[in-house]
Design a binder for this molecule. Structure first.
Ligand SMILES: *Cc1c(COP(=O)(O)O)cnc(C)c1O
Length: 411
């Protein structure tokens, strides 16, 4: 009998992709029982929030040390043990570290920087409810997150160190119910998934009970900071409130570990479409190579890259900000060169409350009269002729019941 051809070790096509998702190590928590480590309450209770704990595990630079001490007056430091272990302790410019370890530069305020760069406080329709766009609202339900991003656009209210969010769920729900033009409610904060299952269920249920609310979304970084929170029980609750979408916040491919991939899979398996909102950050993801790796891994996790944000003019964020040109150049390197689904829309929030404004590489080089000059992703030039309409509407052919083509006016 002829020998069967050698088979590859695994027939699971996804196994080959597994190598892309690093298994995290426990680091200094190696003696913590798995049941604790995998318990999101344990992760929250054991967050790194103070200088001695941080210094005990990571050799800090003087800029970081000073930043940690001063962060208590502005945006608190908090890092879950799980996320902390993604930091490469040997690399002072580690892209994970730059996102969550405070630096003294956070205390330098540039002349164009603002406390409330998106002008949200001025658009509050009720405490914690921003109604800027005609048909949708941003519902800030809490001011707490699992870990704090150093470039947080809401650092004026988030974490409870500098200020706090004046939220009133009842008033916000009353406002939404009284405004039939609101068909889309985006829950954010802070991180809504820090609430208990019961509270999330109740809040989504109240919103779902409003007849004109069609579309619910949750903005969260939990699948990255605290994937242990995405329990089967939580996704069982979320799926009762469809159509529900979710926007996550992943900035660097290393954040997509085996744990976060599995958490995202539980969400996707519950029928919740996933989008990603990245912030373009200096030294984190400001290169086409890192961004390409990130968007490809996101697609493997069934997450569609949605927005790439220019870093807001939040006070003390200049060290993390890139130029707008760099952002446009990155999109230029993605568009056409890779899967269209993988390319996010680059946006800048109009300072002071203009909302999201899309920024794109220029593909329309000239438009004179009946001729467009276009370029494609390779830089090749194409002319697209636009014929001017030659006749009035009355000459348009129409199809009749009997399928006979006639021209109106000649009939
Ligand atoms: C971003 C944002 C939204 C949602 O905008 P989409 O473009 O629909 O994702 C709604 N309200 C506010 C205030 C926002 O900042």
């Amino acid at each position: 009998m002829p020998e069967a051809p050698a088979q590859p070790a695994s027939h699971d096509p996804r196994a080959a992709l597994d190598v892309r998702f690093s298994e995290t190590t426990r680091g200094r928590w190696s003696d913590v029982p798995a049941a604790d480590w995998n318990d999101w309450h344990w992760q929250l209770r054991n967050r790194i929030t103070r200088l001695p704990e941080l210094e005990g595990s990571l050799a800090l630079t003087p800029e970081e040390r000073a930043g940690v001490i001063l962060s208590g007056n502005r945006l608190a430091m908090a890092i879950t043990p799980y996320f902390f272990n993604l930091i490469d302790p040997a690399d002072v410019s580690c892209p994970i570290r730059r996102q969550v370890v405070p630096r003294i530069e956070e205390m330098s305020f540039g002349p164009d920087e603002m406390e409330d760069p998106c002008g949200e406080d001025r658009h509050m329709a009720a405490p914690g409810l921003v109604h800027r766009y005609p048909d949708r609202v941003l519902f800030l339900v809490t001011d707490r997150c699992a870990s704090y991003c150093r470039y947080c656009t809401r650092s004026r209210v988030v974490s409870g160190a500098g200020g706090h969010l004046d939220a009133d769920h009842e008033a916000a729900i009353r406002y939404i119910a009284a405004h039939p033009e609101i068909r889309d409610v985006l829950l954010s904060g802070g991180d809504p998934l820090l609430f208990t299952d019961e509270k999330i269920d109740a809040l989504l249920g109240r919103l779902r009970a409003i007849p004109h609310v069609e579309f619910l979304r949750i903005g969260t970084r939990i699948p990255v900071f605290l994937p242990q929170r995405i329990t089967p029980s939580l996704v069982g609750i979320l799926r009762r409130h469809h159509p529900l979408w979710m926007s996550v916040h992943v900035n660097h491919p290393r954040e997509l570990t085996a744990e976060s991939r599995d958490a995202l899979a539980r969400i996707a398996d519950a029928g919740i479409p996933l989008g990603n909102q990245s912030v373009l950050l200096r030294g984190v993801n400001d290169s086409p190579e890192v961004m390409r790796e990130l968007v490809h891994r996101l697609l493997l996790c069934r997450v569609r890259p949605y927005y790439l944000y220019q870093c807001d003019l939040i006070r003390g964020s200049a060290h993390l900000r890139t130029s707008v040109r760099e952002g446009i150049d990155i999109i230029n390197e993605l568009r056409g060169h890779t899967t269209g689904y993988a390319v996010p829309q680059y946006v800048v929030d109009g300072p002071g409350g203009g909302g999201k404004i899309p920024l794109n590489p220029e593909y329309l080089l000239a438009h004179d009269g009946d001729r467009l000059v276009l370029r494609n992703f390779r830089g090749d030039i194409y002319e697209y002729p636009e014929e001017a309409p030659t006749d009035s509407h009355s000459a348009q052919p129409v199809r009749r019941r009997d399928d006979e083509i006639v021209c109106l006016g000649l009939d």
